[in-house]
Design a protein around this ligand. Structure first.
Ligand code: ATR
Length: 292
């Protein structure tokens, strides 16, 4: 029921048609009995400043920001959370008396998703695949949450080296080591947590995995793919076939939303409500698949 007391939150992005965020937030609002609605707004880069000022003028409670605005929006914020400022990208804005404060719940959401599956980062040796936007946030997370060592493997070694340098410097730890995609062949033979952060395997190129060599998968005790379309990526299939545990990135998406919702409403979402939301997201994805 929308009434005179309804608070508004929105997603700014381009494109936004396929977003699952309205399902997350409108479901959570209903389950938590919070009078809030969430809508997607298609915003051009050239209109970003006006969009932020407009949201302030309309007394909106908060915003999510997605591709391609996560870094470009930073100059228009009154404050940026410390970890988000390391990454140089935000996905959640919270209204404060001074302006919007930016957070990165992609990072905290990934951590919560991993913990919800019983996956620890602290003290772990991790292989991280990729050095783009998603993998870079994961590299910060691993460094900031106490991973003992991260092997950052990427097709372009220079990009991996740049990310490793930056993360090591900002986290003030020397824990990330850059390698090319064959780097795993030099690693001690044991089992690792592997986070798949490249865009390889993403629908519609579902028959690809960033590393195809089956010997690699013998090193994996747990494989966490940041991709969630399709629900089972080829990377996940290869992990499963080699006897490891595999997860897709849908819970990361869920928990980045849950964390944003908690920041906006100063509340704590119950696990059963988060799980209900997760089921709704899966249903939506399955219906979407069915329509193809
Ligand atoms: P995102 O924001 O989703 O992380 P991105 O910044 O474009 O997207 O990064 C894509 C990642 O997937 C990069 O690590 C990229 O490797 P390069 O840095 O070498 O480009 C990786 N990637 C994309 N296509 C690939 C392919 N065919 N083989 C190997 N890696 C690939």
């Amino acid at each position: 029921m929308i009434d005179g007391k309804t608070k508004t939150c929105a997603l700014l992005g381009n494109p936004v048609e396929h977003t699952l965020s309205p399902i997350i937030h409108n479901t959570l609002a209903q389950r938590c009995q919070i009078n809030m609605v969430y809508v997607p707004f298609l915003v051009e880069g050239s209109q970003l400043r006006q969009a932020v000022e407009g949201a302030r003028a309309l007394n909106m409670l908060g915003l999510n920001v997605t591709v391609p605005h996560k870094s470009a929006i930073c100059p228009f914020l009154s404050e940026i959370d410390k970890e988000a400022s390391y990454i140089g990208a935000v996905n959640t804005l919270v209204s404060t008396p001074e302006g919007f404060k930016g957070y990165n719940t992609d990072l905290t959401g990934l951590h919560r998703a991993l913990l919800s599956e019983g996956i620890q980062l602290s003290g772990e040796e991790i292989i991280l695949l990729g050095a783009g936007g998603a993998a870079r946030a994961a590299a910060f997370l691993c460094a900031l949450r106490g991973a003992s060592q991260v092997y950052l493997l990427n097709r372009s070694l220079e990009k991996a080296e740049a990310v490793a340098r930056e993360v090591n410097q900002k986290a003030e730890r020397d824990c990330i080591r850059a390698m090319d995609l064959d780097g795993w062949k030099q690693l001690p033979t044991k089992k690792y947590l592997v986070i798949q952060g490249t865009s390889v395997g993403l629908a519609p190129r579902t028959e690809e995995a960033v590393i195809e060599d089956k010997a690699f998968y013998e090193l994996v005790h747990t494989g966490y793919d940041l991709v969630y379309r399709p629900a089972e990526t080829k990377f996940m299939r290869l992990v499963n076939e080699a006897g490891g545990k595999a997860f897709n990135g849908l819970k990361m998406l869920l928990y980045q939303g849950v964390e944003a919702f908690e920041l906006w409403n100063n509340t704590k979402v119950r696990e059963e409500d988060a799980y209900f939301c997760y089921e709704q997201m899966k249903k939506e994805l399955e219906e979407h698949e069915g329509q193809k």
